[in-house]
Design a binder for this molecule. Structure first.
Ligand code: MLT
Length: 408
């Protein structure tokens, strides 16, 4: 008799984005003439910049030649990419990293979901509420969640509400926690965390022998020069934090796949006997066992992001998305909506109209304006009454969506 991992049975409903797609499909089947505008999932819509396309063409030609063909690459990523990552993403911010501390992968969703695997199942995890659902669901699958209550909160997880009252950066938990997931710029609220607020967390982690799993997938959207792009800008963070970075939103790689995770050599976890062990060595063992490396073509494409032309071109695309965000913020504020985010992040977080629940507002927007957004409650119970709009749509669609908002 083959037994299933019953932790999977504890998961609530479907994963948020497939559930939204399912509802949209039902609606479009019933209303085939509706012109849906999707501002739901944070998925890019602009084409890949020419510098990246060119790098991929070149890589494809190499792969098609006797001299240039590549088989399995290094599991942790090619040196040509890792060197550029360190030189461009960290060195200018005064952060020194060794190439052995960078792990290139095919996406931050996988990395943030997989990383928990190297920690014991009896660690207590803490997440913000609302939160990117991958952190929670992967821990539930591993057995760290326990049962969910009627609001969808799991008994064994510590939830830290992020609301307008705390500027969407959580207070320290009252309980002792071991693994803390933080995402700044934040998905879904679009908020950012100052260096001082991150320092509070680094200090907490040091004091409690905890580890911070810091998701910085949206750092490229920061425009405020005082906001840190990396948790390692905080002194001592290398001793307590893993950082996840992605080319998905930065450079339009959602359909191409390339990301990386930083696991500093100073980062320690504990064995049952109380002695320490290097997390880098354990993650390296796990990564090289379960992963054969991101494709050469994706990594060549990622390396081109750091060329002068690549940098200019990706900045143009980021600026385009951020002007969408500005337009959404300004237009909806003028219509009387309470708006957050959208300044240093590509997500706008708004209070629903007339106290509708998040899903009521989802249905209302879908039916009355044929606009798809993401219900805040899908990210956690503290997201109830909120709604997320993504700025990754095409400018024409964003303008059209805002016209429709005016009419309803
Ligand atoms: C989101 O919309 O929250 C993200 O695009 C999902 C993801 O990055 O996996």
């Amino acid at each position: 008799m083959t037994k299933i991992n019953e932790n999977f049975l504890l998961l609530q409903a479907g994963y948020l984005f497939p559930e939204i797609s399912r509802r949209v499909k039902v609606f479009t089947t019933d209303n085939p003439d509706s012109a849906i505008i999707k501002l739901g999932i944070g998925d890019v819509t602009e084409p890949l910049p020419p510098a990246i396309v060119e790098a991929m063409h070149k890589a494809v030609d190499e792969m098609g030649s006797k001299q240039g063909v590549k088989g399995y690459g290094p599991e942790r990523g090619y040196d040509f990419l890792i060197e550029k990552i360190i030189k461009n993403d960290f060195a200018p911010r005064g952060i020194t990293l060794d190439s052995s501390e960078i792990f290139v992968s095919d996406g931050s969703k996988c990395d943030t979901g997989n990383f928990q695997e190297v920690f014991d199942t009896d660690n207590v995890i803490a997440v913000t509420d609302p939160v990117y659902p991958v952190y929670v669901d992967t821990n539930v699958m591993a057995g760290r969640g326990g049962k969910a209550d009627s609001s969808g909160r799991y008994a064994d997880i510590v939830y830290m509400p992020v609301t307008p009252d705390n500027n969407f950066v959580p207070e320290l938990p009252k309980e002792k926690v071991d693994l803390i997931y933080l995402c700044y710029p934040n998905n879904p609220t679009g908020a950012v965390a100052s260096k001082a607020r991150l320092k509070v967390w680094v200090d907490y982690a040091k004091k409690n022998n905890a580890i911070i799993l810091f998701d910085a997938a949206y750092e490229a959207f920061i425009s405020d020069p005082d906001i840190p792009h990396s948790i390692y800008e905080v002194d001592g963070a290398k001793e307590v934090a893993v950082e996840f970075r992605s080319f998905s939103k930065t450079a339009g790689f959602t359909g191409l796949r390339c990301a990386y995770t930083v696991v500093p050599k100073q980062l320690k976890a504990y064995k049952k006997d109380g002695s320490t062990i290097d997390v880098n060595a354990i993650w390296n063992r796990r990564h090289c066992t379960k992963f054969n490396g991101a494709s050469y073509i994706s990594q060549a494409a990622a390396a081109s992001v750091y060329s002068d032309t690549g940098k200019t071109q990706i900045r143009q695309t980021i600026n385009l998305y951020m002007s969408n965000a500005k337009l959404i913020r300004e237009s909806l504020t003028a219509l009387g909506y309470e708006i957050y985010g959208g300044v240093n992040a590509p997500y706008v977080w708004l209070k629903t109209k007339d106290n509708m629940t998040s899903w009521q507002f989802f249905d209302y927007l879908l039916e009355k304006a044929n606009i798809v957004g993401t219900p805040g409650s899908g990210f956690g119970s503290a997201g109830e009454g909120f709604f997320r709009l993504s700025a990754f749509g095409s400018p024409d669609n964003v303008i059209e969506a805002l016209q429709r908002f005016k009419k309803i």
